[in-house]
Write a protein that binds this ligand. Structure first.
Ligand code: ADP
Ligand code: MG
Length: 245
């Protein structure tokens, strides 16, 4: 679903991603961990075209997003973005639109669904994330956990083939983290391909097929959660895990 070779990205002469090689297979859940500033968000943003890398190759769902640092034309980029859903730490709901409208907007504008069709699908997705009763609520009236579940429903409404999550629970009060992780577990169990940056090590242990450790703009090591958590091969992994566990 995702194949990356030699990905490089700098900001103002500062190398943030330094030759990343990486793959995600269909229905795999890959969790990315690593210290703050190690390039995790930049990496995810490259995977849906929010950042333009200067070198390397990114293929998503068999289409080339970036080749030797050269991006797809805008039309291709927009088509590909529809295959890749993204959920951010900060929810990013449209504050002036109801929950239902937040979820129907993308499919109506970009997929030309009729209002009735878009609403039927949106209600089913809100049901799935446990928020059918909040369809007519405004975002400001929701808890952080509810907002993030709406954001997930909104991303799913575009019927993506891959979902990217960038620290989806980091802005939440601790008691609200579980309800969001629960929805993510449900998606994983349904076979969604997922790339998740998180500090929730319990989620990584339980749900990840593979854990990737990033530090200093590179992949330090990668492997099944049992190996990474019980028997990491790299000192940098051990010191990071000691700091967070
Ligand atoms: P992480 O998500 O692992 O904390 P980021 O990908 O956000 O790491 O950031 C990696 C590095 O890139 C940091 O040093 C950060 O300051 C820098 N960086 C990220 N985005 C930008 C940007 N838009 N402009 C300049 N520097 C950036
Ligand atoms: Mg980040």
């Amino acid at each position: 679903m995702i194949r990356i070779r030699g990905l490089r990205k700098s900001f103002g002469g500062h190398r943030v991603l330094d030759g990343i090689d990486f793959e995600v297979q269909p229905s795999q859940v890959v969790v990315v961990i690593g210290p703050s500033g190690s390039g995790k968000s930049t990496f995810l943003r490259c995977c849906n075209g929010l950042e333009q890398p200067e070198g390397g190759r990114i293929e998503i769902c068999g289409q080339t997003l970036v080749d030797e640092g050269r991006p797809l034309a805008e039309a291709g980029l927009n088509a590909l973005r529809q295959e890749v859903g993204m959920v951010f730490q900060s929810f990013n709901l449209f504050p002036h639109l109801s929950v239902l409208h937040n979820v129907t907007l993308g499919p109506r504008k970009l997929r030309n669904l009729s209002r009735a069709e878009a609403e039927t699908r949106a209600r089913a997705l809100l049901e799935k994330v446990g928020l059918a009763h909040k369809a007519d609520a405004m975002p400001a009236s929701l808890s952080g956990g509810q907002k993030q579940r709406v954001a997930i429903a909104r991303a799913l409404a575009m019927e993506p083939r891959v979902m990217l999550f960038d620290e989806p629970t980091s802005a939440l009060d601790p008691e609200l983290v579980g309800e969001v992780l629960q929805v993510m577990k449900l998606l994983a169990s349904e076979g969604m391909t997922m790339l998740v940056v998180t500090h929730e090590m319990g989620f990584a242990r339980e749900v990840a097929d593979e854990v990737v450790v990033m530090d200093g703009g590179g992949i330090v090591e990668a492997g099944p959660p049992e190996t990474i958590f019980r028997n990491p091969s790299q000192e940098r992994t051990r010191s990071f895990l000691q700091a967070v566990l």
